[in-house]
Design a protein around this ligand. Structure first.
Ligand code: URP
Ligand code: ZN
Ligand code: ZN
Length: 461
């Protein structure tokens, strides 16, 4: 046996028990009360939870956006992820205009190869639909890409129209793929944005005011309606508000396969952040924007009841100096996105588990097991089970933690959570049986992360 983890408390989406974990050739080989067999390395996990590695299915590494590129590449971004207990990401390959989907995938494969320190997969975002592109969808599924994002916002750039979304839904249903939507009404936002700009209202807060929650609710409802017409499942990314969650809940209550995620920033930050002095509000410019605080309870309830199934980060970092300040004179020129890949587990553990909003098993389900199941990775990932990849997090629930841009590992000059204090640290992180984080030190290898060929979408796994 290559390695054994002894004396830890294993926590999965369903169980919590004391047991040892034996690892061989990168896989979990044995789970037993006491493993007697000698091992090359013995890791004492006394006082630690042993979680399946976190899975973040919404990241944007090395992504061109608004005339710049997100500041974490696949090396810095996956190292930061690993420090935070995330051992798998699924990033978005974005189809450029007149580009094929396979071309987009190839471009993103090249970005990741030789750099990623943890395993990774890709969704492809469809931004320019033609008959040829539509025909590529089954080929992409066969290549291990069974999920496609459609933007209902970013008019003139990434947005597609309802007809295109409907065609993608029909094709994906046939091909065993899941359609993910960015749900904001891009046409209406365009009018609002131009309206504010023409009045000289250029501060970061107008980013939020030009993207009201009603526009998210409308697009969420429309996406769901189109999915229902197509008889297809649909997944709403980065859901922020009650207007959108009500649409999801209504469809789920009626028995339709509607799935949705939210992100830590929508649970912990609010519209008030756009009012910070000077240009500070630009740090929070993301789409959809941060909402009124009244949405926090609504989202926590959605996570508790199951109407929201996943917490991902939408990690899309841009430096405050040199990138966000491209929009000093116009909120519309601020690149959209914010960092978060490193802090998802820490924030959720403190805000959900420690504050008793959610139980520990539900926490594991939201950050690891549910994303693995919905995105074709279970039980290879998202499980502590014999035969699963040995992607494990030894989490010390008593260790103090403080989030600071100065000490984080994300390649960006700020964090949304500056000064956040809590308890709970991923002390040791293993990827495919290899320790990649130990006591605050990175021990992994750029390029060690493998491309994951994901299985076709199934609602029940
Ligand atoms: O502001 C955001 N969310 N930027 C990343 C792109 C997207 O819409 O997910
Ligand atoms: Zn989006
Ligand atoms: Zn995103």
């Amino acid at each position: 046996m290559d390695c054994k983890i002894v004396n830890g408390t294993i926590v999965t989406a369903t169980d919590m028990y004391r047991a040892d974990v034996g690892i061989n050739k990168g896989k979990i080989a044995q789970i037993a009360k006491k493993i007697q067999e000698p091992a090359g390395e013995v890791i004492d996990a006394r006082g630690h939870f042993v979680f399946p590695g976190g899975i973040d299915i919404h990241t944007h590494l090395d992504m061109p956006f608004g005339g710049t590129v997100s500041s974490d590449d696949f090396e810095t971004g996956t190292i930061a992820a690993a420090f935070g207990g995330t051992t798998t990401i699924v990033d978005f390959a974005i189809q450029g205009k007149r580009m094929s989907l396979k071309g987009a995938l190839k471009t993103w494969m090249e970005k990741a190869e030789g750099k990623a320190v943890i395993d990774y997969g890709f969704h492809v975002a469809i931004t320019d639909l033609t008959k040829k592109v539509l025909a590529e969808i089954p080929e992409l599924v066969a290549l291990g890409v069974p999920s496609f994002k459609c933007f209902l916002a970013y008019k003139g750039a990434l947005m597609i129209d309802d007809g295109a979304l409907y065609e993608v839904l029909l094709k994906c249903k046939q091909a065993g793929a899941l359609v993910m939507i960015h749900a904001e009404n891009g046409d209406v936002l365009d009018v609002l944005i131009n309206d504010f700009l023409s009045q000289g209202k250029t501060d970061p807060k107008y980013h939020a005011l030009s993207r009201p929650p009603e526009a998210e609710g409308e697009a969420t409802g429309r996406g769901i309606a189109l999915a229902r017409m197509a008889g297809a499942p649909i997944y709403i990314v980065h859901l922020t508000c009650k207007e959108a969650l009500n649409k999801v809940k209504e469809a789920r209550d009626a028995g339709f396969p509607v799935l949705a995620e939210t992100c830590p920033q929508y649970l912990l930050k609010s519209y008030q952040n756009y009012l910070e002095p000077g240009f500070e509000g630009a740090k929070y410019v993301m789409s959809p924007p941060l909402r009124d605080k009244s949405n926090w309870d609504v989202l926590w309830k959605g996570l508790a009841t199951g109407d929201l199934q996943v917490v991902s980060t939408d990690h899309c970092p841009f430096n405050f100096k040199g990138q966000k300040d491209m929009g000093k004179d116009s909120f519309a020129a601020i690149p959209n996105g914010a960092p978060g890949i490193e802090h998802r587990l820490i924030l959720l553990f403190n805000e959900a588990v420690k504050k008793k909003r959610l139980g520990l098993n539900r926490f594991v389900e939201l950050v690891s097991t549910a994303p693995a199941k919905l995105f074709g990775l279970f039980p290879q990932k998202g499980a502590v089970a014999v035969g699963s990849d040995a992607d494990l997090v030894l989490f010390d629930p008593r260790a103090p933690v403080e989030i600071r841009a100065k000490t984080h590992h994300q390649n960006v000059d700020y964090t949304l959570y500056e000064g956040f204090k809590g308890k709970g640290v991923p002390k040791i992180v293993l990827s495919n049986g290899t320790v990649i984080i130990r006591d605050g030190k990175f021990m992994g290898q750029p390029g060690a992360g493998r491309f994951l060929k994901r299985k076709p979408f199934r609602l029940t796994v």
